[in-house]
Design a protein around this ligand. Structure first.
Ligand code: PAF
Length: 260
């Protein structure tokens, strides 16, 4: 809907955001990010602009979703570059400080992602999805958005956020956007900046193998066979391989640590 250029404002306090939000007429879409924006985020912004009259982009590296020893300190941050990338595309960039978001850290009350947050990525990163749903609930409340746009790249995150909205009756619609890939086929991610040339090759080999296995072997046992052959050949490695219902994350079959 918002096809004309807008004047982007940088806001850093909840009070400023509330005031700006109150002045917005029509529909509002929120694009929640941890900054370090790239073309994948721009696809979310484009979709948000198609669907709503106003777009609020949040840019906040959420400490609650990083475990001890993870990359919270090192996570790439460049607010100037982020602002330049989305300038005239979003109405507001909300980039609060940690103290503004969490006057008490960790907060006394937080949200649990439940069982869905303890499997797959959540098994390797205890508490990660609880941190995600806590900040998402806060940001959806603060932006008071009619809809919010998320990428399918983080499939588990998307399913859990859909559950958050349904289970807590949050008055917001979640829109999903397809995975955005580099020309090489690698899914776009802020953390791609960490990849060495060899790491990039491995990541590509993994997505190529999974795609080929999916196309060649529609049944779960056959899929496992293709994947285990690739593991035996040393072409790929993985932490988990599961077939799940994309909405409920209920398992159709599971295996861990490269066995299948
Ligand atoms: O996907 C992300 O960038 C983050 O997990 C999110 C949803 C912005 C919450 O911090």
């Amino acid at each position: 809907m918002t096809q004309h250029p807008v004047t982007t404002r940088l806001l850093t306090t909840k009070a400023e955001l509330r005031e700006a939000r109150a002045a917005m007429e029509g529909t509002v879409a929120a694009v929640l990010t941890m900054g370090s924006l790239h073309a994948g985020h721009l696809a979310l912004v484009r979709r948000a602009r198609e669907l709503a009259d106003h777009v609020i982009l949040t840019d906040f590296v959420n400490p609650l979703q990083f475990g001890p020893g993870e990359d919270y300190e090192a996570y790439p941050r460049d607010l100037e570059a982020d602002l330049a990338l989305v300038d005239s595309l979003v109405d507001v960039v909300f980039a609060p400080s940690t103290a503004e978001m969490y006057p008490v850290l960790p907060p006394t009350v937080s949200v649990s992602a439940g069982r869905a947050g303890r499997i797959l990525e959540g098994a390797a990163r205890p508490g990660h999805f609880d941190g995600v749903v806590t900040v998402v609930a806060k940001l959806l409340r603060l932006t008071d958005a009619h809809l919010s746009v998320f990428g399918r790249k983080d499939a588990q995150q998307l399913a859990i956020i859909q559950r958050l909205v349904a289970d807590l009756d949050l008055p917001v619609r979640i829109e999903a956007v397809e995975i955005q890939r580099e020309r090489s086929g690698l899914a776009r991610s802020s953390r791609n900046a960490y990849l060495t040339a060899a790491g990039r090759e491995q990541a590509l080999a993994l997505s190529r193998t999974v795609a080929a296995a999916r196309d060649a072997a529609p049944s779960l046992p056959a899929l496992r066979q293709v994947l285990s052959t690739a593991v035996e050949r040393g072409e790929i490695d993985w932490d988990y391989a599961l077939a799940l219902d994309p909405t409920t994350l209920e398992e159709a079959g599971a295996d861990h640590q490269g066995r299948c």
